[in-house]
Design a protein around this ligand. Sequence first.
Ligand code: ADP
Ligand code: MG
Length: 287
Amino acid sequence: SVPLSFFGGIGGASKCGVLIKGSNYLEALAKAETVVFDKTGTLTKGSFAVTRCYPQGISGERLLELAARAEKDSSHPISRSIVKAYGKDTERFGVTDVQEIAGHGISVSLDGKKVLAGNAKLMRSKNIPFQPVTEAGTVVYVAEDGKYRGAVLIEDEIKDDAAFAVRELKKAGVRKTVMLTGDAKAVGEKVAEKLGLDLAYTELLPADKVEHMERLLEETSEKGRLAFVGDGINDAPVLARADIGIAMGGLGSDAAIEAADIVIMTDEPSKIAAAIGISRKTLRIVR
Ligand code: ADP
Ligand code: MG
């Protein structure tokens, strides 16, 4: 049976915006030793602003239009931001054969032409010669029928409470804070350094994230001590493998919110340490 005060703990957490889906997760939180984060949408706001366009043989406007029409139906934070930056209504017709390639980008048929929008990995895998952008930021390269059309530089912002969130976890006794991201090395490492994370692994495909996760699980002192926090976009398999799967309630995908053990309704990563605090208090009352 579940001690009554556990309900108090779950209730207390829900009052501060953390939905804990069972007393076992409340207990697990108290012992969390490793906390692994996704970057985009979890530590950063996930609302990228377009900061520069590098068109090649076409206008900047046309470059953004190509990218926006290709990205129109994707729920990836990068896609949403590009569509928003384009501003105009994207033409609904003429887009077929939409293929999202996890960790790479998107491929569509647009007015009968094959349009690609994604990172350097995508361009390389499709043998598109492109001009690498050296500025630090997330880069979306665009190609049309095998021809490189340019790149869009986008930048995300670190969430206001992200650095505080990492400090609080350390204070709460969490030994290892880690970031797993599919984004570029320069971007990921900059974020990790600013936040004081212990480890950062970048340019990961969803399968690479799973591999890192398995190793991190093995490295914990005991089963049940690893928490993963993500939004479920390209990290759902990792979220499912974690001892404690935590999803962002606002930015997260519906599937992630459903699959998670704990949901942070306010999308604030600092709520994890707050929930750990509540769980410890609750357990002390119980014992
Ligand atoms: P993260 O781990 O930071 O959440 P993802 O695994 O979702 O990142 O994506 C990794 C990288 O793949 C992105 O940084 C981007 O370069 C590229 N990418 C993924 N999906 C898209 C998309 N829809 N449009 C453009 N680029 C994308
Ligand atoms: Mg993600």
